[in-house]
Design a protein around this ligand. Structure first.
Ligand SMILES: [Zn+2]
Length: 152
């Protein structure tokens, strides 16, 4: 759900002083610190096991706000996570989403896709209940992703 329906609230959220990520000292569930970002992965596996999100460590809302070097560094982090998650999960395809409509602090969602997953042939709905046939040891999967990141 977007938060810009209330212009005053939105104007506050897009600043580092009003951003819940910045005022909270960073996102929750950080599993790794990369070049310019934090990788997060919650305790709930969600509908696509191995799903995670990469938050820029400084406050920015849009990709175009990054300086060229910082943008390249963020892309290196994205590529590193993508490779590690694909390797750790055995996903057939990686999907990526950048929204920031609820939390306007630049972050990228990573969704590993599996044959027969709940969204085959259509867009991902992360609010949908887990697809039971693809859930296997969430904690172990998190450890495999952290381990795979070391290789890249
Ligand atoms: Zn922020």
């Amino acid at each position: 759900m977007s938060r810009w329906g209330d212009p005053e609230e939105w104007a506050r959220l897009v600043t580092s002083e009003g951003c819940p990520i910045c005022t909270g000292g960073g996102p929750t569930h950080i599993i790794a610190e990369l070049e310019v970002s934090w990788l997060t992965m919650g305790d709930d596996p969600g509908p696509l096991p191995g799903s995670c999100a990469l938050f820029l460590r400084r406050h920015a809302v849009e990709l175009h706000e990054l300086e060229p070097d910082e943008g390249c560094a963020y892309m290196r982090d994205i590529q590193r996570v993508s490779r590690a998650v694909k390797e750790a999960t055995g996903a057939v395809k990686m999907n990526y989403e950048i929204h920031g409509n609820t939390i306007p602090h630049l972050h990228t969602h990573f969704f590993p896709r599996y044959p027969g997953d709940a969204f085959e042939g259509r867009p991902i709905d992360p609010r949908q209940p887990p697809h039971t046939t693809v859930i296997t040891g969430h904690a172990a999967l998190k450890r495999r992703i952290i381990s795979a990141l070391q290789g890249y």
